[in-house]
Design a protein around this ligand. Sequence first.
Ligand SMILES: [Fe+2]
Ligand SMILES: [Fe+2]
Length: 344
Amino acid sequence: MTIYFHYKNPRQPPTPSPHQNFPTVSKFLGFLSPNQELMASRAAMAMLARRVPAVGSPAVRVRFVSAIPFPASGGDSSEKKAVTGPAKEVEKTVASYWGVEAPKIVKEDGTEWKWSCFRPWDTYSSDMSIDLQKHHVPVTWGDKMARWTVKSLRWPTDIFFQRRYGCRAMMLETVAAVPGMVGGLLLHCKSLRRFEHSGGWIRALLEEAENERMHLMTFMEVSQPRWYERALVMTVQGVFFNAYFLGYLVSPKFAHRVVGYLEEEAIHSYTEFLKELDKGNIENVPAPAIAIDYWRLPQNATLRDVVMVVRADEAHHRDVNHFASDIHCQGHELRELPAPVGYH
Ligand SMILES: [Fe+2]
Ligand SMILES: [Fe+2]
């Protein structure tokens, strides 16, 4: 199955505006010509039809770098192994009983969409017009606690990383991707428990987590963690996940405020990163391919362009989390106000 995707010129202004770009199927179809829409619809129908497994389903080609044996599953299966090069890339063909097959996506120029971790309809042009200077002035005791918490976390971070902004960005993104997932998880459970809608906040927070994880996938292309940095990430994640989980259970208002201030600090860090790039202290290398496709950057984009769009993302996260905290401050629940889904 092949879905043809019309990849827009990144230099053209997005239509509709990024604030209205909701990552839904309808948004995806909006990129397609009428003929391509028809093809995509037929492909979707074919996928739905294939949910009923049939004997002799089409073979699915799975490619991964591993020496781990593929688990046996129901139905007929056959394997074809091909070891190529030092990376021991193994290509297997599996006759799938389950009818699960990822559609092949082809860009406008005929080249295959090479990312399986995100699809063309997940990409966007960053809204660079967002105000980077916005700041929530702490008023309540809780706000001051949240600000103090973030400031106290910045002190050891500054000492550890000094001016190694590439490494700093990569490491901090491993933490930044946690709150959205924890918040989304807890709201998901709350929605199930109380038999009530979430107002779109589950999706909005999970989108934030995914966006932060894409920041990490990008920065790990330009900076590789050392063994002790990996150990630090595991330790910090273990502590931070549990602390944020408990904090969100006790006070979502405080938890969102903390993230709002964390995002303000992230904007500051990326501004410092840009200064170092401009001074020439950090080499302005070409942008990783994953970043060019995810943010629809021009082919000649550089690391500086990537830092600019990531910083704009952080400003959006700042606004979403301060907004969420304000909703709680005003005595409401998040579900009472529609969430800013697709807010990039
Ligand atoms: Fe980030
Ligand atoms: Fe962020």
